[in-house]
Design a protein around this ligand. Structure first.
Ligand code: SF4
Length: 292
């Protein structure tokens, strides 16, 4: 009897089907803005960011299916926690677009939180147990990313308060006046495996409008980021809050200007690592372009 249920590893049917699907859908769904500073790349070496912005081919442009599955697990962790936080009433909105003309930063953050009477940024991260056990504060690359989020939201909040008399004038004027600018920022978006370009743009415009309303309603400066880390093995949490200020904003503006100047003048920035095996270089996608 037990033989009838013996597990056998025969010809695989499911694994190649999933892998093929992931390879094809990743080509269709790659919507990365090419000419902006992305907060998630902000901690990377200036030279690597220069290569990225000037279209240098990375060492591995193909993301293999297993790595994609790991990323998707992270995405679904975000969805799960965002749902919990929506239900607690703390999360006002998720996938919040952020942008700033002066620094040329563009991206999105995991959420906008309503804490006491003000707004704060939510950043969600998941990690393996080994890394989680050692974590005693937000990782440096996550902190630099978070400065960009707070900076963009606070600058936009100030702009909206200076420009629009009240909430009504924002909803009537802003959406029509800024429509072309917003759509122009998403020129790189194309049809994907699930949604057409038009559907994606409509969704993004809705998010922009929602963000704008929340920012114009917020009377106090935005300065706090709440980081929530989840252990992938056990679902344990670690939570940290960091408050950013003028000095952090100055640092961000300076770094952005350096990147923009290098791109504009086509001047390759100095290496931030001393050898290929330096920590900063070990996982860099541009090792070949950098070191030859
Ligand atoms: S290999 Fe090192 S120095 Fe070169 S771009 Fe990458 S991180 Fe910078």
């Amino acid at each position: 009897m037990s033989n009838a249920f013996t597990a056998r590893r025969g010809r695989e049917v499911l694994v190649p089907a999933i892998d093929n699907y992931l390879i094809e859908s990743s080509k269709a769904d790659a919507d990365r803005a090419p000419d902006v500073i992305s907060p998630s790349n902000f901690a990377k070496c200036l030279r690597a960011q220069y290569f990225m912005r000037t279209g240098k081919e990375p060492d591995a442009s193909f993301i293999d299916p297993k790595t994609q599955r790991i990323f998707h697990n992270g995405d679904h962790m975000h969805l799960r926690i965002q749902e919990y936080l929506h239900k607690t009433g703390l999360l006002l909105m998720d996938e919040v677009p952020i942008w700033n003309e002066y620094t040329n930063v563009q991206g999105h953050t995991d959420g906008l939180l309503k804490i006491d009477d003000g707004l704060a940024v939510l950043e969600l991260k998941s990690m393996r147990q080994e890394a989680f056990n050692y974590l005693n504060g937000p990782k440096p690359e996550h902190i630099t990313q978070a400065i960009a989020y707070v900076y963009c939201l606070e600058k936009e909040r100030q702009y909206l308060w200076e420009t629009y008399e009240d909430l009504l004038s924002v909803t009537f004027t802003y959406s029509t006046l800024e429509y072309d600018t917003i759509v122009g920022r998403y020129a790189h978006i194309h049809d994907g495996s699930k949604h057409t370009r038009n559907e994606k743009i409509a969704f993004i415009l809705g998010k922009h409008m929602e963000t704008t309303i929340q920012l114009r309603k917020c009377e106090t400066p935005i300065s706090d980021v709440y980081f929530l880390y989840e252990n992938k093995n056990t679902q344990d949490f670690k939570e940290y809050k960091i408050t950013f200020g003028a000095k952090d904003f100055e640092w961000l503006e300076k770094r952005c200007k350096t990147i923009e100047k290098a791109v504009k003048t086509k001047k390759l920035p100095e290496r931030e690592g001393n050898s290929k095996s330096d920590n900063i270089c070990k996982y860099c996608d541009y090792k070949s372009a950098c070191w030859g």
